[in-house]
Write a protein that binds this ligand. Sequence first.
Ligand code: MSP
Length: 648
Amino acid sequence: MKRIITSPIYYVNDRPHIGHAYTTMITDSLVRYFRLIGDDVFFLTGTDEHGQKIERSAQAKNKTSKEYADEVSAYFKNLWDYFQISYNRFIRTTDDDHKRGVQHAFLKMYRKGDIYKGEYEGNYCVSCETFVTSFALGDDTHCPECGRDTTLIKEESYFFALSKYAPRLLEWYANNPDCILPRTKKNEVIHFVQNDLQDLSITRTSFSWGIPLPSELGEPKHVMYVWLDALLNYITALGYGNDSSKMDYWQHQYHIIGKDILRFHAVYWPAFLMSLELPLPSHIAVHGWWTRNGVKMSKSIGNVIDPKVVGDAYGTETFRYFMLREVPFGQDGDFSQRALMDRINSDLSNTLGNLLSRTTSMAQKFFGGSIRAESAQIRTLFATEMDEIESILASLPELAQQVALHRYLEELWRIFMLSNAMITQYEPWKMLKEGKDEQVQALLVLIANALLKGLVMLYPVMPQSAQKALAIVGFECSPTLFLRMIERKEWLESFTLKVCEPLFLRITEALMPESSSSAALLEPKHTTKPIAQNKEQQKHQQIDVETFAQSQIRVGTIQHAEKIEKSEKLLRLLVDVGEEKPRQIVAGIGKSYVAESLLGQQVCVLCNLKPTKLMGVMSEGMILAAKDSHGLKLIAPVAHITAGSTIG
Ligand code: MSP
């Protein structure tokens, strides 16, 4: 299938920060995923170089707008090359073919009667390059988006008849459930179209750094509004208005964008496409912001982090894994170096790294590196685990298509965690002593298969690391070769595993200087912190299912319980929540339960609560309980269920 997947094109008024890198990394991972499954993907990125904001930034540096754009655009391009972004075209809106394409589109819309001449009077935000309506402004003059002061402008302008497209836009949202992802973002767009859709001023006369109108119109004073110019890059890059050579990619489209530019993409852009009689985007996928202490990262506030500094310190792919895994797609997340280190240590070093080294060293030690077992035998011995791995793998395509890459990675990691747990549970070294060589080989072949399949699916997010790890599992070839095998649920029967150096080192000290940002990077400890709300707001706030899914609540079985000395109500529990080791949890239930009575009791455990010390004892989760006038009772499943089963 042919598709186009795009990142936004970046303003060249300033250098990139990790927010920009995030958008591009998501886009690259999605592109690589679709290429992995065999699609022919055109990946478009680039720079947005016209408009008043860039003109002013260049003037401030005593450069011409073009000189300044050349410099900053090159910076973006080099950064994307450094991060091995696999784009097909890095477009610049100062490219000649783009300019011709934009003029062609303008003329087409004009001839169709969708563009007319008038006068614009109203407020303009130069920073957002947007006209702010009096409806959005209220009594204020500050931009509701970025908070900066707007300028009142009154000038001759051409208008695009946007309001006439409102009914068709509303119909499009209604008939295409996935046109905006996550789906929860659609309501604000519909609200805007229903309440505030005015015709759009699309030319400016008060400055000159923009694409001139087609000469046929004889309007040398006018330049195009930068958003009309910029949005059209998505088709001019494919030859629109020139040779149209690549327009066949314009069939299945993903636009990856940040939430600040949703309206431009979900309202203006489809209306322009309707006017040009071209297909509308299949998906506009909207991510949240990276913040520092709850404030959007931006150069003017001085809280930005240079992505290259992070990449140099921690590795480009490790950083990328963190960005995509840490924050649920669509939500904001607070960046901290501590969270980055924790994520690397827990997921990459402990879970995946450990699994690789345990598996290879056992295969080496027990069988000289070569292991073999028939699929039928593996299934006889480990049917449940095989089924679970299959069902996780089968869930990944939908998650990728929804751009829920945090969930995609979370699920993928369940395969690695399950494999680690099997080693702990079956203790192959003991099985060997009992003469069960065949069973041990079957177990190791199963785990090698799990690694192989998991690493293939990790490839889109961590291409180089996945390939290195695949070589350890015995395959130095393209991951695409294994895709059919995954789809057909086939299992390989023999592996030759290599001895491996640790792929992901544990990080014990911060690797980045604290001065990488004006604020201390090690604080706060935890990411994805919601912007503060007062209690009353919280009580009435409804959450969407993705927010709920952030709480990892699992069934646990209490394996050990004892009173904590000097405390009346705290018990120290060891609870099996389906992981390698039981979790130590300190629970304030000592007044309601005697420790010994809890052994074997099943409970519900909030597993991703930030660990904390209570009476000097580390607690790694929370046992759920409810209290009424009769006292406190633990919440438990009504029938026995495997420890570690997810609640939700
Ligand atoms: N030039 C326009 C896009 C035109 S697309 C036809 C633009 N450029 S931008 O450089 O300001 O932003 C580019 C992307 O970076 C946007 O998707 C924006 O959401 C993203 N980010 C900028 N700051 C960000 C964060 N702090 N966090 C996450 N992403 C943010 O808008």
